[in-house]
Design a protein around this ligand. Structure first.
Ligand SMILES: [Zn+2]
Ligand SMILES: [Zn+2]
Length: 879
């Protein structure tokens, strides 16, 4: 038999094992009518960066599930891929070019895209390699990219389908605009933060010279785009002014006063300026009153106001200048400091500007309905369930989805404009002839699609949709989606409505939501805090299995977890325990012939551990089904560590070491069976170490990851023996407790009497005499019906239906113990004298710091207690 290395060295083992799996196509799944499919779509990591702890957690959960199902006999597909991450990548590539002194616009669209593809190649292979490192058993033969040919085809098909149905439309809408990234943003990309600001109170003179009207605004520079002042029609202060005109300060325009509910009588002066082109609410007011929309900002947030002195100024410079000018005109009433909510771009932190831009939208009302129904009927379930509410909240409040982005890196919108007559044609390819004027010159829309438009199709586009491929028919819909709660809206919601609309099916049935991995103080890991922990560093130091175990056991569905290095160390210690126990078993297996089938002379201990591991299978399955992976792993771990290593292996040692013991081969058979079953149960969580041990032990044709998952067997169900060994364990534990309390060294063996009238208990101890003696440090085990012959001073240990007696003299050398206790007694007496002296000294108690005095009082109390204990034990010894 091959031998395991003396020490487990994950670095050496992991790469070798992973290569072996790859070469053996162990991760590959094929359409197989003889098996049931089980499919997980890997949330495609962005090609912008590298693996972080969140990815490590997300992938460990998926990998554990897929390995478990694969061993259970499913055709298990874990579909991997990467996301082009439109804006995130474009920002990165732009910055990289900037560092090289290259301007994106000077390079042009095509040149820029070339650079972006280069970037993608580099980062994709980097992130894939990192996923290899943590042991991901994804089907790498099927690696996809959201902008590859197939996905591009799927995106186009979806766009055309939605357009034909009237669900996609082009419209001028007020959108969030990032003046730095030069693109529109979806609401979800805007982070609202409270900032310090002011209310500027400004007077607008009435055009007929009959007075002024006072408005308050947090953004005076937008005054240039005002097209009305609104007052509440019920407001007695302004009733008569509705319909009058005001002279808009700093301009030569006159604008009307309109009556609209939007003006709140109880807030500010009750009169508000209306800037339809730069405020979403004003936009709506403008629609109601047919007001013009005047855009006063360029794309970089400088002022656009031809002929005005403010034209070309930055928005904040213009604000200052205009406030100054208003002041000089006597139109500035006052400035009131306030806190207000400001929207910023989540990627670059720039304050976003509401702007009117022609954009592409997806109409959401109809598509949201079946997605809401899916959760109501239970066809779609969240784990934990409460995240279904988050999902519903998004869907019930959904607005039309702005899908166009003014970016280059992404799927270009398949709309073409006739250069002769302006006609728009939406088609898969550039049209040859204009259907309106017969012209032949077309230009494609410059915009690209929101990155989530393509990732929304991920569960089916990766399987060949829109073609009815065998993979699509077999693996779709998928089984479970594993993802973080932070992208329920961005991604989960959009996959569901897109899946239902395009394929008629809910794309997955379960969504397992996990939380964030935070640092040991509970803070989010972030670049700015510098508290991020690189999973690869953890793997290098402790091995991938230890990292996986740490992430899994600290995790409950939906909850954030904290990352502690000490927990990784504990996981590493467990790996060493498994390794050493396996080495021990293998060394013993080497020395004896092993029965082929279950031996008939199993002892009670053998039956107990066989029965335990047998029921462990059921428990692991039950917890995995419920997605409690952490609990499942915890059960496997405590079985291996406590029941198997600490108890069973210790119990069988005397049998292994005795040449005469007739049950030796039964012990070896049991050790091997339990070890193999344990390795299989541990494999989904800790794939590397289990594979290495199994392969060394069995030298199999099929690696462990492709072996069958253990099944519960009634032949190994020994409930009675389980109960009996529990009795022995309780006796051992109680004896060890007593010995610890009395300070008895394990080397000091003692005669141990088991007194019981219960026939079953008597037999239990008789059968287990040998290992009971070892575990309970007994020099001799005597089992009898009554107390005959047992010394009066024997220490007693009670367990159900029996009492165990150990002669006191066996445990303790009385003369030596008395000597030791006397010394201790003197020490406490001296301490007490010292403390009492200090506390009686008035100078000490009045001058020393209060906590010093208290400290001394505590010491005195503690030492008095200790003295009392020592005195009592001395008295007992002198009896
Ligand atoms: Zn930005
Ligand atoms: Zn035309």
């Amino acid at each position: 038999m091959k031998e395991l290395a003396k020490q487990y060295n994950p670095e050496e083992v992991e790469d070798r094992i992973y290569d072996m799996w790859l070469k053996g196509s162990c991760f590959h799944a094929e359409v197989n009518p003889n098996k049931k499919p089980f499919t997980i779509m890997m949330p495609p990591p962005n090609v912008t960066g590298q693996l972080h702890m969140g990815h490590a957690l997300d992938n460990t959960l998926q990998d554990s599930l897929i390995r478990w199902k694969r061993m259970q006999g499913y055709e298990a597909l874990w579909q991997p891929g990467c996301d082009h991450a439109a804006i995130a990548t474009e920002v990165k590539v732009t910055n990289k070019l900037k560092e090289q002194g290259i301007d994106k616009h000077a390079l042009g669209r095509e040149g820029f895209l070339k650079e972006a593809w280069k970037w993608k190649e580099e980062y994709e292979s980097r992130i894939v390699n990192q996923l290899h490192k943590i042991g991901s058993s994804a089907d790498w033969d099927r690696l996809r990219f959201t902008m590859d040919e197939g996905c591009t085809h799927a995106v186009q098909t979806t766009f055309l389908n939605l357009y034909k149905k009237g669900y996609i439309y082009k419209g001028s809408r007020i959108i969030n605009w990032c003046p730095v990234c030069h693109t529109s943003l979806s609401d979800a990309e805007v982070v609202h933060e409270e900032q310090d600001g002011n209310f500027w109170h400004i007077l607008y003179p009435l055009a007929d010279g009959s007075g002024t009207i006072e408005i308050a605004t947090t953004r005076p520079e937008t005054l240039l785009g005002d097209t009305a002042v609104a007052v509440n029609p019920e407001d007695p202060r302004y009733k008569d002014m509705i319909g009058k005109m005001v002279k808009l300060p700093l301009t030569d325009r006159e604008i009307p006063i309109v009556g609209d509910e939007h003006a709140d009588m109880t807030f500010g002066t009750g009169a508000v300026k209306i800037t339809p082109a730069h405020d979403p609410n004003d936009f709506e007011v403008g629609k109601r009153h047919n007001l013009p929309e005047i855009n006063i900002l360029n794309d970089d947030a400088t002022i656009h106001c031809p002929g005005s002195k403010y034209d070309g100024m930055d928005r904040y410079v213009a604000r200052k200048a205009m406030v100054q000018d208003l002041k000089e005109l006597g139109l500035l009433v006052k400035i009131v400091p306030t806190k207000h909510n400001v929207g910023t771009h989540d990627r670059c932190g720039t304050t976003v500007e509401p702007m009117i831009k022609p954009q592409w939208f997806v109409r959401m009302e109809e598509m949201a309905k079946p997605a809401i129904k899916a959760i109501e009927t239970g066809e779609l379930q969240f784990v934990p369930e409460n995240y279904g509410k988050t999902y519903l909240h998004w869907l019930e409040n959904i607005k039309d989805w702005c899908i166009s982005r003014q970016l280059w890196w992404g799927h270009r919108i398949p709309a073409y404009y006739c250069q002769d007559c302006g006609e728009m044609v939406v088609a898969a390819e550039m049209p040859k002839v204009c259907p309106k004027c017969g012209g032949t010159h077309f230009k494609q829309d410059e915009d690209t699609l929101d990155t989530w438009f393509s990732s929304a199709l991920w569960p089916f586009e990766t399987l060949g949709w829109p073609e009815e491929t065998p993979e699509y028919k077999y693996f779709y819909p998928t089984d479970v989606l594993v993802t973080g709660y932070d992208i329920i809206f961005f991604w989960v919601v959009r996959m569901v409505f897109s899946g239902i609309e395009q394929t008629g099916k809910v794309p997955f049935h379960k969504v397992l939501i996990h939380g964030l991995v935070r640092d040991d103080q509970g803070r989010k890991m972030s670049k700015s805090l510098g508290n991020g922990i690189d999973p690869l560093e953890v793997i290098k130091k402790y091995g991938a299995d230890a990292l996986r175990m740490t992430l899994l056991t600290g995790n409950a569905p939906g909850n954030d977890m904290r990352f502690y290095w000490s927990r990784v160390e504990a996981s590493r210690n467990f790996m060493n325990k498994v390794w050493n126990a396996s080495r021990f078993i293998m060394m013993n297996l080497d020395k004896a012939a092993l029965p082929e089938t279950m031996p008939s002379n199993l002892t009670m201990a053998d039956k107990w551990i066989l029965s335990k591991v047998n029921s462990l299978i059921v428990e692991v399955n039950r917890n995995m089904e419920a997605f409690d992976l952490g609990i499942a792993l915890d059960k496997v771990q405590s079985f291996i560590w406590e029941e198997f290593c600490d108890w069973y292996i210790e119990m069988v040692k005397p049998r292994l070491w005795s040449e005469e013991d007739e049950t030796k081969s039964a012990a070896l058979w049991t050790l091997k069976h339990v070890l193999i079953t344990s390795l299989k149960l541990l494999h989904p969580f800790c794939p590397f170490i289990t594979e290495e041990i199994f392969d060394t032990l069995e030298n199999p044709e099929t690696p462990l990851m492709r072996q069958a998952w253990p099944e519960f067997s009634t032949a190994l169900d020994f409930k009675e023996d389980e109960a009996e060994i529990e009795t022995i364990k309780e006796a051992v534990r109680s004896i060890r407790n007593v010995r610890t309390n009395m300070n008895v060294a394990p080397s000091r063996k003692a005669t141990t009497y088991v007194v019981t009238e219960n026939e079953r208990v008597r037999k239990t101890f008789e059968h287990s005499k040998v290992f009971f003696a070892t575990l309970a440090y007994a020099s001799d085990v005597i089992i009898q019906n009554d107390k005959t012959g047992i010394a009066d001073d024997a220490v007693t240990v009670a367990i159900p239906d029996a009492v165990i007696y150990i002669p006191f003299a066996d445990l303790v050398d009385i003369a030596k113990e008395k000597e030791r206790l006397e010394k201790e007694k003197q020490k406490w007496e001296a301490e007490i004298k010292r403390s009492t002296g200090m506390l009686n000294n008035e100078r000490f108690t009045s001058k020393a710091p209060a906590e010093k005095v208290q400290e001394e009082r505590d010491k005195l109390q503690r030492n008095t207690q200790l003295l009392q204990q020592v005195t009592e034990r001395l008295a007992a010894l002198s009896k």
